[in-house]
Design a protein around this ligand. Structure first.
Ligand code: FAD
Ligand code: NAI
Length: 468
């Protein structure tokens, strides 16, 4: 029988929990991880980051083969796709990745319990699994139970006609009409998948812009480029009712500020209006763990809840609800528990939207700097003036760097363009190192490369870009 007493028990095996478990084991702790899903990896590996990128890649290849090669003198005819095979690719990627975490657990001698974990008094976690209940004793407990889709009142998710992101990653056929409620990251990424495969996509967004947490200029450019790809947008619009009509759905919409109603019909409706902390059945009240007004678990800078010995990380504590943020917190917390100085720099967490072109950002937006009254300089460079982007036929978008007007320190960077998600890494490092725009401007970048657009944007901060 497995041991039931550990230095650390982690509840939740997503990017926050599994990474905390591995780092703690590396540091010599005895560690258990309780996960209720049959596979480790959490939302991200099972129904989030990884499956969405598998389908984005598959649909991108199809779309390029069918419609995107003419510029290069390549004629293609009769290109078709097999949706079931695309889904099989996605499922294999998920299985390979989650098995990889099993391997890492074995390698690091982490004991895994499959079942729902709940807090049960000081230093105790009860696991309810297929074989009944097991009580674990822990010197420290980490809650890393993640998040779930926020429901939209009046709409019942059936995962066939009204779907969450989970259903949208597993549709059995391409919907002719896809309505997406919420013009955020999930809506645009999954709208892109199905749009490329032939759906007519309509995005219904409550605010007057899509991607409201991104730099305004980037959001505007993204909306224009997605419109060129066939997306329809209904901004500043709220959904007041949704009903099933036969095999399809009918939504009743109204301007956000009130006004005449209209109806929209769709074969599938994706509800993607954000995610909320997942704390069901955790027993927070039994030990008195406090939550914030928005329901996230309240923690201090060292991830301590108000109850000694209980910590929380990842989506369940809010902030950027991103896998890499959860992972960084997992590492920092394990190091703090080992008496080291773990820390996460919230200013240097990148955010990427995997549409095409991609959107990537780090640090502050222009709107945030204005609101904070910080004087800044802007350097911008379009991919249209970048040789590599033009050669690749992917010259939409730009790099925008925001630097402190007095010190030249980089405060934020925003890219919309080819491979933005990879390019942003240079700017994240720059912010982490406290670099000035001048540091990037004086760094040699390979030619021809997309990264030269970053150097040029840094030069543009001081008004001396070469190629515009
Ligand atoms: P989770 O990954 O949610 O893991 C929590 C785990 O805890 C789950 O497996 C759950 O089953 C388990 N659990 C919950 N309660 C209990 C309990 N009581 N007992 C036992 N186990 C329990 N982020 C990115 O950075 N990049 C992306 O490209 C990206 N794409 C996404 C695409 C989609 C469609 C979605 C939905 C999300 C995406 N995200 C992405 C967000 C990312 O998935 C989350 O930020 C990340 O998974 C959070 O990690 P976590 O460990 O905090 O929680
Ligand atoms: P989101 O917060 O990105 O976007 C939700 C959108 O819905 C916002 O634009 C919001 O204004 C709008 N909205 C809210 N209520 C509405 C309503 N009633 N009617 C119409 N619109 C409404 O949330 P989303 O897209 O659900 O994603 C959830 C989380 O998952 C994000 O916080 C993100 O961090 C993470 N994620 C990250 C990805 C990535 O890093 N590439 C990919 C997918 C998800």
């Amino acid at each position: 029988m497995a041991a039931t007493s550990f230095d650390l028990v982690v509840i939740g095996g997503g990017p926050g929990g599994y990474v905390a478990a591995i780092r703690a084991a590396q540091l010599g702790m005895s560690v258990a991880c309780v996960e209720k899903r049959p596979a480790l990896g959490g939302t991200c590996l099972n129904v989030g980051c990884i499956p969405s990128k598998a389908l984005l890649a598959a649909s991108h290849h199809y779309h390029t083969a069918a419609h995107g090669l003419g510029t290069f003198g390549i004629a293609t005819e009769g290109v078709s796709f097999d949706l079931a095979a695309m889904m099989a690719h996605k499922d294999k990627v998920i299985a390979d990745n989650t098995k990889g975490i099993d391997f890492l657990f074995r390698k690091n001698k982490i004991t895994r319990f499959t079942g729902a974990g709940r807090l049960a008094g000081e230093g105790q976690v009860v696991v309810s699994g297929a074989e009944g209940e097991t009580t674990l004793a822990a010197k420290a407990i980490v809650i890393a139970t993640g998040s779930e889709s926020t429901p939209l009142p009046g709409i019942e998710i059936d995962e066939t006609v009204f779907v969450s992101s989970t259903g949208a990653l597993a549709l059995g056929s391409v919907p002719k009409r896809l309505a997406v409620i919420g013009g955020g990251v999930i809506g645009l990424e999954l709208g892109t998948v199905w749009g490329r495969l032939g759906s007519e996509v309509t995005v219904i967004e409550f605010l007057d812009r899509i991607l409201p947490f991104h730099d305004g200029e980037v959001s505007k450019a993204m909306q224009r480029l997605l419109a060129q790809q066939g997306f329809a947008f209904k901004l500043a619009t709220k959904v007041v009712a949704g009903e099933r009509v036969g095999d399809a759905a009918r939504l009743t919409l109204e301007p956000a500020a009130g006004g005449p109603q209209e109806t929209v019909e769709a074969d599938v409706v994706l509800v993607a209006i954000g995610r909320r902390p997942h704390v069901d059945g955790l027993g927070l009240d039994t030990v008195g763990v406090e939550r914030t007004k928005r329901g996230f678990i309240a923690v201090d800078a060292h991830y301590r809840t108000n109850v000694p010995g209980i910590y929380a990380i990842g989506d369940v504590i809010g902030g950027a609800m991103l896998a890499h943020k959860a992972e960084e917190e997992g590492v920092a917390l394990a190091e703090l528990l080992a008496g080291q100085h773990g820390h996460v720099n919230a200013e240097a967490i990148p955010s990427v939207v995997y549409t095409w072109p991609e959107v990537a950002s780090v640090g502050q937006t222009e709107e945030q700097l204005k609101q904070a009254g910080i004087a800044y300089a802007v350097g911008k460079f379009p991919f249209l003036a970048n040789g590599r982007a033009r050669a690749s036929g992917e010259a939409d978008g730009f790099v925008k760097i925001l630097a402190d007007a007095a010190t030249d320190r980089i405060l934020g960077a925003h890219i919309i363009g080819p491979n933005a998600g990879e390019l942003i890494a240079e700017l994240v490092l720059a912010i982490e190192f406290g670099a000035a725009a001048e540091d990037i401007a004086r760094t040699c970048h390979a030619h021809p490369s997309l990264a030269e657009a970053i150097k040029e944007a840094a030069l543009a901060v001081a008004g001396r870009a070469i190629h515009v």
